[in-house]
Design a protein around this ligand. Sequence first.
Ligand code: ADP
Ligand code: MG
Length: 477
Amino acid sequence: MEWETVIGLEVHAQLATNSKIFSGAATAFGAEPNTQACAIDLGLPGVLPVLNRDTVAMAIKLGLSVNAEIAERSVFARKNYFYPDLPKGYQISQYELPIVKSGYLDVILDDGSIKRIGITRAHLEEDAGKSLHEDFSNMTGVDFNRAGTPLLEIVSEPDMRSAKEAIAYLKTLHALVRYLGICDGNMQEGSFRCDANVSVRPKGQAKFGTRAEIKNVNSFRFVEKAIEYEVKRQIALIESGGTVLQETRLYDADKDETRSMRSKEEANDYRYFPDPDLLPLMVTAEWVEKIRSELPELPAQKRERFQREYELSAYDAAVLVSSKELAMYFEEVLKHTQAPAKLVTNWVMGDLAAALNKANLDIATSPVSAEQLAGLLNRMHDNTISGKIAKEVFEALWHGAKDADSVINERGLQQVTDTSAIEKIIDDVIHANPAQLADYRSGKDRLFGYFVGQVMKLSQGKANPEQVNNLLKEKLK
Ligand code: ADP
Ligand code: MG
């Protein structure tokens, strides 16, 4: 039997505000436990929450960027449950009437095709505190610093059909919130967390299978692995006569498996009701329009512009806009070079990306600045150096050299373009290889490459390859 995977994602993006969603306490990461939770966050008697206006503006920004409807009126509800890290006994969250509904995000898949993923809703809510199990023996510590931190929960439609699609969606959304400046996207610190809902169904069946929800996986790679594991588990379970339970599961990265955590609670278990401490949230059309007019260029727009302006493929453009910093770097290189955009793209996505990857650095901390790379590409573009020598110059820049020109001058790496000098080298090579010459002339065309190689070698990589090709053809005749 052929199976189809169905995935819907719930993403919690921590909003990049200085203070909490209903209080003035700070949200900075990494503070001493329990130094950033005030009476409101702790739900002490007599306090009242006051909504942080910035969080609303941020939710509107996201909503507009995913082509969604912004609700004129939305309502905060209490989601009631008991847990030690939830001092009030309820979480304030938007439930029936969220601020953002029915949008979509277009995602570029690896093959360059575009897939539209529906966004059901996005709602504002507060985070809970954190239980610390590891720092104490036989005890659990509770840190309330995170209580009341603003979150935007972005819920997708069950539109994804593979782990790869889910990751593509997640990365697109991750880039978007960072472009908008509403979330720092730091997954290790939990600023961008994802629950993956996964089910399988026989191919061709309209009805969805029962889903399991995998909680809080904290890297793209683990989300992908968790989904892949879960799909295999569900298929094996059904094929051996079992049924998938609707439950919450945890991904264990060390063992690369998911484990049952608890059976899935139903909405009515939470006894949701409108929070009587908070007025309905009213958003005026003027405010929405003002925010719309202030939106930055979004990744999708940037991608289209890159394709148009620089004649890049959809895939290249998508990679370059995948982070704001990478897109900025790329355009900064272009500003300082006459080299064609395709050459810049190849270097940014090729040699530079590989070097950064290997050193575990990101573009913002690249040892080779955009201007330095542009300087290097200029010398390639005006034929001062060949592509091969460019790699050597790049190495030098990576290890601290000032600029391409000084490396080229100090090491005498200028390409040899003087015809007579190249001819001299060619003559030497031909004289040194009489047997190969005879073979070549008797029809072994493949040996042409051998001669090119020898000439380049003798010139220490500095002969202009195009000239070498042309002159060799003549001389070998
Ligand atoms: P809850 O809030 O209880 O987690 P929702 O109905 O809001 O449940 O759905 C949460 C997520 O689960 C959504 O992203 C949705 O797309 C996804 N989802 C719903 N049904 C399925 C299914 N059968 N398979 C995979 N994902 C699903
Ligand atoms: Mg859920």
